[in-house]
Write a protein that binds this ligand. Structure first.
Ligand SMILES: *Cc1c(COP(=O)(O)O)cnc(C)c1O
Length: 412
């Protein structure tokens, strides 16, 4: 049986652009310069795994083992990632005007962002294929995550990031032993450096969507969401979109759950791709009805994970958004930090600037009637606020004489 060659339920890889089928027992990257899907024998997987057997498993993303590409008898490269909290957000909901708002809080994952989901699966697969040298272009968090998993696996890591990437991302790469290079340019320039170096260095290019496995890691957000809501999906998902791996992955997860027959209702969520108006190629393509996005000039946003002027999976994002009946929206860059502050104050959840764009998007979509006030809305908090030390500026009162404190002024 084809699906069992490697002791996994993977049946084949499929080119997203034209459906070409490729074998999965060797390294594959792109087809016609576009990404690949991992396809599974879901009938077979569904005979081993069901909702009840799943419930008894450990709370990491590896609980969905049969729906992941790593052969079942191989040890994953793991830092305990997955099963992030799904938190009700009533105060933030009140402030926005939503009665059933939830936050899927990815800030608590290893390296403080959901990038660990994709990279633990990609690094595990690289190890499976005998690769010991990895490279990645990054807007920040992906590099930190890859460096951590490479360290965990005992592999060499090479990271290329724009010079102005948040300092925490630089530190986490260096601490994890990666060779880090600061590049005078954007993530696309970093991408070219990695791509052009493949032959000379023999490294494995872990770029977003340029290998098929990061999507598989990120799709576990969708699997968890379904499981945490007792197999009933929300009405709307708000997703801060850079390369789009998470949105694409979740949409794939929902299709797989549907095929497995695990969902309580046929209705799937409306997927909303959110970007800053400082870098909004996806909303622009959505509005003009295009299937591919033209690169954004002079991309600039404090939400560094969203500074992706051109995404290799643009059509996959737009297809998912449109198939779901959702939208792609741009929100004002000038309001992101304030929305971040508002959200953390309201709930105590460590909301990153990327996720703060979704707070603004929720308000905008309520205004335009694209979201109803009583709909169940899930906002993805993709990273930890504390990683963005450059973004929040402080102007704090001081106590110069600890011996004479004016308490009335303090509690006023
Ligand atoms: C990378 C990143 C994003 C964008 O993720 P994609 O799935 O590539 O669109 C959003 N938020 C944070 C914090 C990120 O690091």
């Amino acid at each position: 049986m084809v699906g069992r060659i490697m002791n996994s339920y993977v049946s084949h890889l499929e080119a997203a652009i034209d459906g070409t089928i490729l074998p999965h027992d060797q390294i594959q990257r792109l087809h016609k310069d576009r990404p690949l899907w991992v396809r599974y024998d879901l009938d077979c997987a569904g005979r081993t795994l069901n909702r009840e057997t799943l419930a008894a498993r450990a709370p990491t993303l590896w609980r969905y083992r049969e729906l992941l590409p790593l052969p079942l008898d191989e040890e994953p490269v793991s830092l305990g990632e997955g099963m992030s909290p799904l938190l009700p957000a009533p105060r933030l909901g009140d402030a926005i005007g939503l009665s059933d708002l939830w936050v899927k809080d990815e800030s608590q994952l290893p390296t403080g962002s959901f990038k660990s989901r994709g990279l633990c699966v990609a690094v595990s697969m690289a190890k499976h294929f005998g690769i010991d040298r990895l490279a990645i272009p990054t807007a920040g968090n992906a590099g930190g995550a890859m460096a951590a998993y490479a360290a965990r696996a005992g592999m060499e890591a090479f990271v290329f990031m724009p010079r102005d990437t948040p300092i925490i991302n630089q530190i986490e790469c260096v601490l994890a032993g990666a060779a880090l290079y600061l590049v005078d340019g954007l993530i696309s320039d970093c991408g070219a450096i990695v791509r052009n170096g493949v032959e000379a260095t023999g490294w494995f290019d872990c770029s977003t969507l340029k290998e098929p496995y990061r999507i598989e890691g990120k799709k576990t957000m969708g699997l968890e969401l379904a499981e945490q809501f007792d197999w009933t999906l929300p009405d709307v998902i708000l997703y801060p979109t850079g390369g789009g791996t998470g949105l694409i992955g979740m949409w794939k997860a929902f299709a797989e759950l549907k095929a497995l027959g695990w969902l309580e209702s046929e209705k799937l969520p409306r997927m909303v791709a959110v970007q800053s108006d400082g870098c909004a190629p996806i909303p622009r393509a959505f509005d003009s009805g295009e299937r591919f996005a033209t690169p954004w000039e002079n991309a600039e946003t404090c939400a560094s994970g969203l500074r992706v002027p051109s995404a290799v999976g643009d059509f996959m994002i737009l297809d998912a958004v449109r198939q779901s009946g959702g939208r792609a929206v741009a929100v004002p860059e000038s309001q992101i930090v304030q929305a971040m502050h508002q959200a953390v104050t309201a709930e105590g959840i460590s909301i990153c600037p990327e996720a703060a764009t979704c707070v603004l998007a929720a308000e905008q979509l309520l205004d335009t009637g694209h979201i109803g006030k009583d709909e169940r809305v899930v906002l993805f908090n993709t990273g930890a606020a504390a990683k963005y030390v450059e973004t929040v500026t402080l102007d704090l009162p001081e106590i110069t004489d600890p011996a004479s404190v004016d308490y009335e002024r303090i509690v006023r």
